[in-house]
Design a protein around this ligand. Structure first.
Ligand SMILES: [Cu+2]
Length: 186
């Protein structure tokens, strides 16, 4: 159990509950297709607290809904929200971490058909968002990755790949994900 309930009732009552999320590049957001696949309760939970952990998103056993893949948010709701990145391009991220929970974090390219990593993680933190630090390192909220140069034609099709920010708060036992949909330019 972490502090969000207490904080929500005191400091953050007028805003959303907040643990952490990517601010930019634009992340995958739920819409009608996500509601079909994962249900209205899942969409409501994601919308009510875009920074909340996966563990707070109810899938109610929907057979095709995998909350651990981009929060269950479907690519079909995001076809107009796809970035184009070139091989070797530096992609800058901004994150906000109002309620940090120490644990590992990474940014990886994921093959959406198989939910497997494409190559190695582009960025990894063994220890991220450590709430015991007086101040979080700047690279927890401002970081960048370099797009791989060895993908060939992989990730050139819409929806084929996504870039996933993954963070697990070890003591909190909470998982955070955001997906940035992209295509690699030739
Ligand atoms: Cu939290």
């Amino acid at each position: 159990m972490h502090a969000s309930t207490f904080l929500a009732s005191t400091f953050f009552a007028a805003t959303t509950l907040a643990h952490g999320n990517i601010v930019s590049p634009p992340v995958r957001l739920p819409g009608a297709v996500t509601q079909q696949v994962c249900g209205a309760n899942a969409v409501a939970a994601i919308t009510a607290d875009p920074s909340g952990p996966l563990e707070n998103i109810p899938s109610n056993g929907a057979p095709d809904c995998n909350i651990f893949m981009c929060k269950g948010v479907q690519f079909e709701d995001n076809q107009n929200n796809v970035q184009a990145f070139a091989p070797g391009e530096q992609v800058n991220f901004a994150a906000e971490l109002p309620i940090p929970h120490e644990g590992p974090c990474n940014v990886s390219i994921v093959d959406t058909a198989t939910n497997t990593l494409v190559g190695q993680p582009l960025l990894s933190f063994a220890s991220y968002a450590d709430e015991n630090l007086a101040q979080l390192p700047l690279n927890n909220t401002q970081f960048s990755v370099n797009m791989p140069t060895n993908l060939g034609t992989q990730c050139q099709q819409l929806g084929e790949c996504t870039m996933q920010w993954f963070w697990f708060g070890t003591n909190a036992q909470q998982t955070y994900e955001n997906c940035v949909d992209f295509v690699m330019t030739a």
